[in-house]
Write a protein that binds this ligand. Structure first.
Ligand SMILES: COc1ccccc1CNc1ccc(C(N)=O)cn1
Length: 251
């Protein structure tokens, strides 16, 4: 998968995507990242990329043309005949909230262009003409879209075939598996001043361990993120597990 990032600080996203699983995916050629700086496409001596907002008010707005030229350059650079043009995604607080379903959808694309705004954002005419969809990583304001773009790159990279080996399989990630929160995890030592490891995990009884993990995932989701839990859609077995978890006073 190829991702082109349009940003005044393209090295920012490149560095965020240089470690661990994402760095490895890039080394393995599963993902390529290309940065495009609108300033390189700005006219005039001052290479202007922003200007004051019409209608007054604080801050600056990113201008149409440098962004448009950078998007064109990105689309042209990565163009492959008979392939659809890249989807252009604008990272902004006004976007649709990013969730794992959207991550899966983006991860399946051949190409993606991520547009990162700075200042107060981008001229609306550019958004209407060039942006396919706006995505937000949460209801808060950042100083630029680069961190949001880095989040998308990370989430998408780990879903590329071959990015994770079996042990790291993304399917174990709760949001990936079935929309539930993940169960608790433990490792050595068994005994510690902070407590001991639940006996079931030491039992070697894999059916019991799977049952316990499912119960914990259901209970935690119910307790912490009831919005993720559609109790109606729970199987009878899951409903029984959740009842058992609630009865155990774990909540
Ligand atoms: C004032 O900043 C802006 C105003 C408008 C657009 C973009 C920006 C750049 N900042 C961003 C970007 C994304 C997110 C998010 N929640 O995904 C948060 N902040």
């Amino acid at each position: 998968m190829r991702i082109d990032v349009i940003s005044l600080f393209p090295e920012f996203v490149d560095q965020c995507a240089g470690f661990g699983v994402v760095g490895r995916a890039r080394e393995r050629g599963l993902l390529s990242l290309h940065g495009w700086n609108p300033r390189d496409h700005a006219e005039g001596n001052y290479r202007r990329v922003d200007d004051r907002p019409f209608g007054g008010g604080p801050g600056m707005v990113m201008m149409i043309e440098p962004l448009r030229a950078a998007i064109r350059a990105a689309q042209a650079a990565g163009h492959v005949d008979d392939r659809p043009p890249a989807r252009v995604v604008y990272m902004s607080p006004q976007g649709r909230p990013l969730d794992q379903a959207k991550v899966r959808e983006l991860a399946a694309l051949d190409r993606l262009v991520l547009l990162c705004g700075r200042y107060e954002g981008v001229d609306e005419r550019l958004i209407r003409a060039e942006v396919d969809e706006e995505i937000s990583i949460g209801d808060y304001v950042l100083s630029g879209g680069e961190l949001a773009a880095a989040v998308v790159v990370d989430a998408v990279a780990r879903l590329q075939d071959g990015a994770l080996n079996d042990a790291e399989s993304a399917i174990q990630d709760s949001f990936e598996a079935d929309g539930l929160l993940d169960c608790p995890h433990y490792t050595r030592p068994v005994e510690h001043e902070l407590g001991t490891v639940p006996a079931v995990l030491m039992s070697g009884n894999h059916a019991e361990i799977a049952r316990w993990r499912r119960m914990q995932a259901l209970g935690r989701t119910w307790a912490r993120r009831p919005d993720l839990l559609d109790e109606a859609a729970l199987s009878p077995a899951d409903r029984r597990l959740l009842d058992e978890w609630r009865a155990s006073g774990e909540g």
